[in-house]
Design a protein around this ligand. Structure first.
Ligand code: PRP
Ligand code: MG
Length: 175
């Protein structure tokens, strides 16, 4: 049985942090050519909100990756399922995520974009679970740190459900 337990982050708290992150990014990338790259599917909701809080001209694109490995734990071996079609060489890339858990997905993607000769590669996430980290990657723009609970909503799913909830909920998965 899958059941929603309680709201961990409200819609108002999310909106507040997204506004603050947008203001920080707008200040830091003034005069630079910035491309936001959202990591599907989870980041779609945050990306749509964040880009409207950035007051600079930006480029945007999406990428889809999958991580294969033992059961539900991330192996760190990432396969690109859908790549961007933007030429990012010499541009400043901001990878946009809904959640950083082990950090293995972003560690791999950071290396990939460095190889592609982006001028810089930074990371922005709305949620982070620091206690789960396996890869020591700096998070340049971090929305809200949460405890080690499985959460859904604001783009995050359990078995492809609940992505459209406007708040972040703790879910009991019955696993
Ligand atoms: O830090 P990590 O341990 O690598 O995990 C974080 C990744 O896992 C989730 O994606 P998921 O694979 O569930 O894909 P989805 O966004 O399509 O749901 C999340 O959106 C991050 O991309
Ligand atoms: Mg998922």
């Amino acid at each position: 049985m899958t059941s929603l337990q309680k709201v961990l982050v409200t819609k108002t708290e999310l909106q507040q942090r997204v506004q603050e992150l947008g203001a920080d990014i707008s200040r830091d990338y003034e005069g630079k050519e910035l491309v936001l790259i959202g990591i599907l599917k989870g980041a779609a909701v945050f990306m749509a909100d964040l880009m409207r809080e950035i007051t600079l001209p930006i480029g945007m694109d999406y990428m889809s990756v999958s991580s294969y490995g033992a059961s539900s734990t991330s192996s760190g071996v990432i396969t690109v399922k859908k790549d961007i079609d933007t030429d990012i060489r010499g541009k400043h890339v901001l990878l946009v995520e809904d959640m950083i858990d082990t950090g293995l997905t972003l560690q791999h993607l950071k290396q990939l974009f460095a190889l592609r000769e982006a001028a810089s590669v930074r990371i922005c996430t709305i949620l982070s679970k620091p206690s789960r980290r396996l890869a020591d990657i700096p998070i340049d723009y971090c929305g809200i740190e949460i405890p080690d609970e499985f959460v859904v909503g604001y783009g995050l799913d359990y078995a492809e459900q609940f992505r459209n909830l406007p708040e972040v909920w703790i879910v009991q998965t019955g696993e």
